[in-house]
Design a protein. Structure first.
Length: 193
């Protein structure tokens, strides 16, 4: 039964009970019953909205139940994978292997870092040795230059000494020749020097 037919029935019942004389009386009856009519319309509207809402709510609830059941099934599968209670390979074992591999990689990285640190230390030590060798080489070069200068001075001195020695030999020969000449003149029968 529709809302319009129920309102029409209410108006016809009211007119039969009150028996109005003309249309103005019917209108007065309608105006005097207007709050009741509005309340009836509002009540019917609320009832229709509630029924439709209940249907939609039930459909939504059924959809939610389906999703929750799917989530429950998936959650059970994940729980089964994560637990360590079954024999076959599961997510927990895989996570344990990944964690062990990460620890191994971290230890290997630490060893590599230590090796790099040792290599850097040795490189710094070699750089220091090379710098020391370079400074010693420069020092030796200076010493060699000093020796060259000294050898050059010795050569100059030796050249001077050779000249003096030559002069001395020449002087000695001249002296000897002079003495021999003197001995021959003064002592003609004696051996010369």
């Amino acid at each position: 039964m529709s809302l319009a037919s129920s309102i029409a029935d209410a108006i016809s019942t009211a007119t039969a009970d009150y028996q109005p004389d003309d249309m103005i009386d019917v209108l007065g009856l309608l105006v005097s019953n207007l709050p009741a009519i509005i309340a009836a319309i509002a009540g019917c509207s609320a009832l229709v909205v509630a029924i439709r809402g209940q249907r939609k709510g039930k459909e939504r609830w059924e959809g939610d139940r389906k999703v929750l059941n799917d989530v429950k099934v998936n959650t059970e599968a994940v729980r089964d994978e994560v637990k360590n209670e079954h024999i076959d390979d599961n997510l927990r074992h895989q996570l344990d292997r990944v964690e062990a591999a990460q620890k191994l990689a971290a230890a290997e990285q630490k060893r590599t870092n230590e090796q790099f640190a040792e290599m850097n230390r040795r490189q710094a030590e070699m750089n220091q040795r090379q710098a020391d060798m370079r400074s010693r080489q420069i020092e030796h070069g200076r010493d060699i230059n000093g020796l060259r200068e000294d050898v050059g001075a010795v050569r100059d001195d030796m050249g001077g000494l050779r000249g003096e020695l030559r002069d001395d030999r020449t002087n000695l020969r001249e002296f000897k020749a002079g003495v021999n000449g003197f001995i021959k003149r003064v002592h003609p029968g004696e051996d010369p020097l």
